[in-house]
Design a protein around this ligand. Sequence first.
Ligand code: GDP
Ligand code: MG
Length: 168
Amino acid sequence: NTMERERMVIVGNGGVGKSSMIQRYCKGIFTKDYKKTIGVDFLERQIEIDGEDVRIMLWDTAGQEEFDCITKAYYRGAQASVLVFSTTDRASFDAIKEWKRKVENECNEIPTVIVQNKIDLIEQAVVSADEVETLAKMLNCRLIRTSVKEDINVASVFRYLATKCHQL
Ligand code: GDP
Ligand code: MG
């Protein structure tokens, strides 16, 4: 009985909630001041897809995305990717196309979702629902709106991707 392993990468500008999302999904916690890990690190969670155990391995960055120096090693062997932006950060939304391109450069075509995080702050939104939906269509990605803080839709992101990987 071999366990399936899915290595997934989570990219997006600094501050959008990537590390928080990994902590939330794998450890079930949310802290306001998540300490940045040193070097590339990962956490994992085991779930069941179609009656089979799947181990989801989530790789985090150490904040080097702010300096545009994520190395090839980070992307190596990724089977799925999550492109994250924040509801309250316009630049992080504008950067999604570029993040998609970077993932494609390193990983070719892999199942990918666009995540609009921090929907608990929707009244401070700096992007319209229309814009977000248009971008997701253009990039041919599923769009999922999450709040890591309120634990909304976080698990659906990884269940969706694991299911996609399983079908390939
Ligand atoms: P990263 O740089 O992308 O890894 O982002 P972090 O995980 O370090 O999060 C940046 C900040 O956003 C932290 O203060 C988090 O507590 C906060 N944060 C993350 N997710 C949410 C969310 O869904 N809602 C709100 N209000 N804050 C969030
Ligand atoms: Mg981080």
